[in-house]
Design a protein around this ligand. Structure first.
Ligand SMILES: Nc1nc2c(ncn2[C@@H]2O[C@H](COP(=O)(O)OP(=O)(O)OP(=O)(O)O)[C@@H](O)[C@H]2O)c(=O)[nH]1
Ligand SMILES: [Mg+2]
Length: 314
């Protein structure tokens, strides 16, 4: 537990540094939370990719809370913002799907090229396997030649079974066959990998819609989860990606990858608040255990540097 907590904290380090330094700078002029300080905090929040709308909302809340006297310490401002952000994240929270009793939980994973879909699937597979569930991974990315091999390596690493796709073949057929196999073998979880790039974005969407539809033909409840993977470095464009995929597919959740090394982790808050799609997992590295279930409170506190964890005992 301790380890997971610090991994999220480490992942948020750059974003946290930018935000806390911004708040310190805004208050450092000694005039409290006056108009200039609020403007400066607003800029800081926007720079960390919380989004203009969310930043304005937070500034309004700050003004309301501390406006009368303008007196506020840096810690008070950080704690207040952490609570407000936690509230916004909680509003988008949703219970994860359980799947139909007696049928596999079917998770379809989508996202644009290179965001970390296949890697996330490997990590997710490991999380399920660690809970004693049998997992099948399906390579419905028939577009990229190396996609099969990459996913089969993750299947090995996470003790999952693997259903291969035909390069250049029909992605929906792979998904259908894999679900068929998952049902026949009484697997607990089926995770379907999909392509990130086709000739055009429109082709990609059509293919994904077809994969989804075909899964539903084999098992009415499928897919139980439709996860969009987003690279945390994408910034505000992540919002439009989420909108486009949500309109076409109906997303049940997001996975935010590459949180390690970005100073733009605030995008999580913007998406949760503006699109009301819950973040389900965050990726904090390239290794198999660098994925963790999203925790609104831990994320908000990590972002604002509240409740600093005690130093690791050597
Ligand atoms: N630092 C870091 N790297 C990650 C993370 N998740 C994925 N990556 C890396 O991102 C790169 C692309 O990952 P893939 O999983 O192949 O991405 P994809 O979305 O499946 O790519 P396509 O199938 O080509 O669309 C790889 O080098 C991964 O190791 C993460 O959370 N942190
Ligand atoms: Mg891939």
């Amino acid at each position: 537990m301790r380890k997971r907590f610090s991994r999220l904290r480490d992942g948020l380090a750059k974003t946290r540094r930018a935000i806390t330094e911004g708040i310190r700078g805004a208050l450092g002029r000694g005039a409290g939370l006056d108009g200039a300080a609020l403007d400066s905090i607003e800029e800081t929040l926007i720079a960390a990719d919380l989004g203009v709308e969310t930043a304005l909302h937070l500034i309004d809340a700050l003004r309301e809370r501390f406006g009368a006297s303008g007196a506020a310490t840096e810690v008070e401002v950080r704690e207040f913002l952490a609570l407000e952000i936690e509230k916004a994240l909680r509003a988008a929270e949703k219970e994860g799907a359980q799947g139909e009793p007696g049928a596999p939980l079917v998770v379809m994973v989508a996202g644009v090229n290179g965001v970390g879909k296949t890697t996330t699937i490997g990590k997710l597979s490991r999380l399920h396997a660690d809970k004693g569930r049998s997992v099948i991974l399906a390579a419905a990315d028939t577009f990229r030649a190396a996609a099969n091999e990459q996913l089969s390596i993750w299947a090995d690493r996470s003790d999952a079974q693997f259903v291969a796709g035909q390069p250049g073949g029909d992605a929906a057929a792979v998904a259908y066959d894999a679900l068929d196999a998952a049902i026949a073998r009484s697997a607990d979880v089926l995770i379907v990998d999909t392509a990130g790039r086709l000739h055009t974005q429109k082709n990609l969407m059509q293919e994904l819609v077809k994969v989804k539809r075909v899964l539903g033909k084999r098992l009415e409840s499928a897919p139980d989860e439709l996860l969009l993977v987003i690279d945390a470095n994408t910034g505000q464009n992540a919002l439009s990606q989420a909108r486009v995929f949500d309109e076409a597919l109906g997303l049940t959740g997001l996975v935010l990858t590459k949180l390690d090394g970005t100073a733009r982790g605030g995008i999580v808050v913007a998406i949760a608040r503006e699109l009301a799609i819950p973040v389900q997992f965050v990726g904090t590295g390239e290794a198999i255990d660098d994925l963790e279930p999203f925790d609104s409170a831990a994320f908000a506190r990590g972002l604002l540097g509240v409740d600093e964890a005690p130093p690791e005992i050597a």
